[in-house]
Design a protein around this ligand. Structure first.
Ligand code: ADP
Ligand code: ZN
Ligand code: ZN
Length: 721
C-alpha cells in the first residue's frame, strides 16, 4: 500500500491524502471521493510512509489511465500559473487538461494499412485475399476502419495478408513526403539570423529571442527552417499562433508549408474533436509529431523532447486568456521554454513594448529582418486629414476624396482593396474638430469617455469626472461628438459610389456562412473587402494592392496606456496586407488627428522610433512593464452592496499594503453592467511583484468578502473594459 497526495480537479488548492493499493505515479488521474462525492484528482506525490493524520485515510477508487497525463515540466508550469495568476491549482488543471482526459475517455487506437513492396503471389483459391490486396494497393495508407467498411467480413483475410507480410499495419500514415529542396534558399539577411538561432537551438539551453521583421520579411519562412533544424536535432517544436478569425485557414496553410518540408504537424485549437485532440497530444508525447502548431493552450501539452518554442505575432492581445486562469500565452511560452531548456523565439513586425524593452535591456537577443525577399518595398502610406473633409455619405465621414480616388484607380486596374475599420473598444468621445483636442484624464492619462446620461466625461481607470464642455477649452470652437461607423454603413456608401464593384463584408453572415470566402477572394470574385481588426492579420491576397483605414484614430476606451501601441500595431499589420505580390501596395490612413505622434511613425514605417518613444513614455508614467499591474474586478447584482464592499476592501487594503504599491480607483469600468451584474474595479501597480502578489493574496484571504460580491484578480491585465 502507498500513500498519495491527490489534488481534486476543482477550484481548490490543497491536495488530500489517500491510500492506494498499488504503486501509482505522479501525474496520474484517479477517482476519489471528496466529502462523499466522487470526483477526479491528480496524483501530486507518492510516498511509502504513512502521514501522521488524525483521521482514517480512505483509498482512491481507481485510476483513469495506466500512465500519467501530466509530467514534471507540465506540473511546474501549472504550479507557476496558479501562483502567479493567483488562481486555484485545480482550476488551472481544468484548463491544462483537455475535457476528455478529465472524464477518462478512452479511444480505440487507429491503424493504417498499406501494401508492402513484396511481390505478392496468391494461389488460385485465395481470390478474396487477392482482391483485397489489390484494393489496398490502390488505397495506400487507408485506415483500418475504412477497410472494414469496404470489406465487412474481411478481417480474417486481412490477418493472413499481414502474417504473410504482404500488408503492413502502422499507427500513423507517413506524411506526403516533401523534399528538402522545397526549402527556399534564405536571403543573406535571413541566413545571418538563422545562423544565430541555430546556434541557440544547438546549445540546448533556454534563451529568449525577439525576431523583429517587417511584414513579408520571411519570419514565417525562418520559423519553418528552424523547425526543420530542430527536427534534424531530434527536437520537437511548440509553435504558437494567436487565436484569430482566420485561424483555421491560416493554420491549414502553415501546416501545408511545414508538411512540404517533411515535418509532421499536429494542429491544436479550440475547434478540434476529442479524437483529434487525443491524437495530437499522444503524438507530441510519443514523439511522432514534430511540431505542435496551435493556439495558446498548446503551451500545456506534454512533449517527448521539446527543444524549440516559437511565438508568432507575439504582440497579439489574444494571447491573454480572458477568463480564469487569466494567463498570457506568450509569457507562459517563455516559462515553458525555460523549463525545457529550449530557446524561445518571439516574432513580430510590431513587437509589444514589453518584449521590446526586454530586447533593449539585453535580456532578449534582438534579431532584425528589415528587407522583403520579394524586393517589394513596404506600401506607401498616405494621410487623409479628415478635419478638412466634407461628410460624403448621409452626413458622416466615410471615404475621403483621396481614398475615393485611389479606390477608383485600384478597381480600374482590376485589383482588390481592403477597407479596414478600427472599432476596437469603441466609445463615444468629444473632440475639437479644429485643434483635435481630445480630453485626457489629468490623473492617469487615459482618455475620457462621454456619458450621455449626466453629460459627464469620465475616466474608467481612476474615476475622475468632469462636466462635458460645449466648446473647446483651447480655441472655443464647438466640440463634436464622435460617432462610430459600422461596417454596414461603409458598405452602403460603397454600393452607392461603386455600383459595379463586388463587395464582401467580412463580419457579415455571408462571410461566416461561406466557408470558402478565402478562396473566393483569391479567385477574385470580390473587388472590395470590408473588415475590422478581426481580419487584419494573416490575410495574404496577391491581388490586394490598396488598404484604406477608415478610423485611424485613438477611439478606444478600453485600453488606456496601451492604446497608441495597439493602434500602431493594427496600422502596420493592416498595411502589410497591401502589395504582397508583384504589385506595390498603397495605404490611406483617414484620421482626425494627423498630428498625433504615432501618425508620423506610421507614415515612415518607423517601428523602432515608435517603440523607443512608447517605451520611454511608459517608463516616465511607470506603467507596465516598469511596474506590474493587477486589476481587481468586483461584481454584484446589487449596486449598493458592490459600492459598499469595494469601499471596505479599498480601505482595508490601503491600510495594510506595502507603501510602494499604488492603488488606482475604485472606478466604474466602461462596461459598468454585464449579465445583470454591476461592475467596479481597482488597479494596483507595484514595483515588486514577487512580494506583492503573495501579500495581496494573503490580504484577500483575510478579508471577509460577502457571498453576493464576486471578485476576480487579473495579473498583467490587457483589458480594462
Ligand atoms: P512574414 O512572416 O515575415 O510576414 P513570410 O515568411 O510569410 O513573411 O514571407 C513573405 C513572402 O516572402 C512569402 O511569400 C515567402 O514565401 C517569401 N519569402 C520568404 N523568404 C524568402 C526567400 N528566402 N526567398 C524567396 N522568397 C521568400
Ligand atoms: Zn484617470
Ligand atoms: Zn479647439
Amino acid at each position: 500500500m502507498v500513500y498519495v497526495n491527490v489534488l481534486p480537479l476543482r477550484s481548490v488548492d490543497r491536495a488530500l491524502t489517500y491510500t492506494a493499493p498499488q504503486p501509482l505515479q505522479v501525474g496520474m488521474l484517479v477517482h476519489i471521493r471528496v466529502r462523499g462525492r466522487r470526483t477526479v484528482g491528480l496524483v501530486m506525490k507518492v510516498s511509502n510512509c504513512a502521514p501522521d493524520a488524525d483521521y482514517a485515510l480512505v483509498s482512491i477508487e481507481g485510476s483513469l489511465y495506466e500512465t500519467p497525463v501530466v509530467y514534471e515540466d507540465n506540473l511546474a508550469l501549472i504550479q507557476r500559473v496558479a501562483g502567479y495568476y493567483m488562481c486555484p491549482l485545480g482550476t488551472v488543471l481544468e484548463t491544462a487538461l483537455p475535457a476528455f482526459l478529465r472524464i477518462g475517455k478512452v479511444f480505440k487506437k487507429e491503424f493504417f494499412l498499406h501494401a508492402t513492396d513484396i511481390t505478392a503471389t496468391f494461389s488460385s483459391r485465395a481470390v478474396q485475399q487477392a482482391a483485397m490486396y489489390c484494393w489496398l494497393e490502390q488505397h495506400p495508407f487507408v485506415s483500418e476502419a475504412e477497410f472494414r467498411k469496404n470489406f465487412p467480413k474481411g478481417m480474417i483475410f486481412l490477418k493472413r495478408l499481414i502474417e504473410k507480410n504482404y500488408v503492413e499495419r502502422c499507427e500513423q500514415p507517413p506524411l506526403e513526403a516533401g523534399s528538402a529542396d522545397t526549402l527556399l534558399p534564405l536571403t543573406n539577411e535571413q541566413k545571418k539570423v538563422f545562423g544565430k538561432l541555430r546556434t541557440a537551438l544547438q546549445a540546448g539551453q533556454f534563451s529568449a529571442h525577439l525576431l523583429f521583421g517587417v511584414t513579408g520579411s520571411g519570419k514565417t519562412e525562418l520559423y519553418h527552417a528552424l523547425t526543420a533544424e530542430a527536427k534534424n536535432l531530434g527536437l520537437q517544436t511548440l509553435y504558437l499562433v494567436p487565436e484569430i478569425l482566420l485561424s483555421a485557414q491560416a493554420l491549414a496553410k502553415l501546416k501545408m508549408r511545414l508538411s512540404a518540408y517533411g515535418i509532421r504537424v499536429g494542429l491544436w485549437h479550440s475547434r478540434l474533436s476529442d479524437g483529434e485532440r487525443m491524437r495530437v497530444r499522444q503524438g507530441a508525447l510519443d514523439g511522432t509529431v514534430d511540431v505542435v502548431l496551435g493556439t495558446r493552450s498548446a503551451v500545456f501539452l506534454p512533449f517527448k523532447r521539446l527543444g524549440l518554442v516559437i511565438v508568432d505575432e507575439e504582440h497579439e492581445p489574444s494571447y491573454k486568456q480572458s477568463e480564469t486562469p487569466r494567463y498570457h500565452g506568450r509569457d507562459l511560452a517563455l516559462y515553458r521554454a525555460r523549463l525545457n531548456n529550449a530557446p524561445c523565439v518571439l516574432g513580430s513586425a510590431t513587437p509589444s513594448v514589453e518584449s521590446w524593452n526586454e530586447a533593449r535591456c539585453g535580456h532578449y537577443a534582438l534579431h532584425t529582418l528589415a528587407q522583403r525577399p520579394s524586393g517589394q518595398p513596404l506600401p506607401k502610406v498616405f494621410l487623409a486629414d479628415m478635419r478638412y473633409e466634407k461628410p460624403n455619405f448621409e452626413g458622416s465621414f466615410v471615404l475621403s476624396a483621396l481614398l475615393r480616388e485611389k479606390l477608383s484607380a485600384c478597381l480600374d486596374r482590376g485589383e482588390q482593396a481592403l477597407l479596414f475599420l478600427n472599432r476596437r473598444g469603441y466609445a463615444p468621445y468629444y473632440y475639437c474638430p479644429k485643434c483635435r483636442v481630445r480630453l485626457e484624464c489629468p490623473n492617469c492619462k487615459s482618455y475620457l469617455v462621454f456619458h450621455k446620461t449626466d453629460r459627464t466625461l469620465r475616466c474608467h481607470i481612476c474615476d475622475t469626472r468632469v462636466t462635458a464642455y460645449d466648446r473647446c477649452p483651447a480655441c472655443n470652437s464647438p466640440m463634436r461628438l464622435s460617432i462610430g461607423l459600422g461596417t454596414q454603413r461603409i458598405e452602403a456608401c460603397l454600393k452607392q459610389l461603386y455600383k459595379r464593384a463586388r463587395i464582401l463584408r467580412l463580419d457579415s453572415d455571408a462571410a461566416s456562412k461561406e466557408n470558402d470566402w478565402y478562396e473566393a477572394v483569391l479567385e477574385r470574385k470580390y473587388d472590395i473587402l470590408i473588415g475590422t481588426q478581426m481580419v487584419a492579420k494573416g490575410l495574404d491576397f496577391p491581388h490586394l494592392t490598396l488598404v484604406g483605414v477608415i478610423q485611424a484614430d485613438l477611439i478606444t476606451a478600453a485600453e488606456d496606456f496601451r492604446s497608441s501601441e495597439r493602434l500602431f500595431q493594427l496600422l502596420v499589420q493592416v498595411s502589410g496586407r497591401a502589395g504582397r505580390a508583384e504589385r506595390p501596395g498603397e495605404v490611406v490612413l483617414q484620421t482626425f488627428s494627423p498630428d498625433a505622434d504615432w501618425v508620423g511613425y506610421a507614415l515612415q514605417h518607423d517601428t523602432v522610433g515608435f517603440l523607443d518613444r512608447e517605451t520611454a513614455l511608459r517608463k516616465q508614467h511607470r506603467y507596465p512593464p516598469f511596474r506590474r499591474m493587477v486589476r481587481h474586478l468586483f461584481r454584484s447584482f446589487s449596486e449598493k452592496t458592490l459600492r459598499y464592499v469595494v469601499d471596505q476592501w479599498n480601505g482595508f487594503l490601503r491600510k495594510n499594503v506595502s507603501e510602494d504599491v499604488e492603488i488606482m480607483g475604485p472606478a466604474v469600468p466602461y462596461i459598468n453592467k454585464a449579465h445583470r451584474y454591476w461592475r467596479m474595479h481597482l488597479l494596483y501597480l507595484t514595483p515588486h511583484e514577487t512580494s506583492f502578489l503573495p501579500q495581496l493574496q494573503n490580504l484577500r484571504q483575510r478579508f471577509q468578502m460577502p457571498s453576493n460580491v464576486i471578485d476576480i484578480l487579473d495579473v498583467d491585465p490587457t483589458d480594462f473594459r
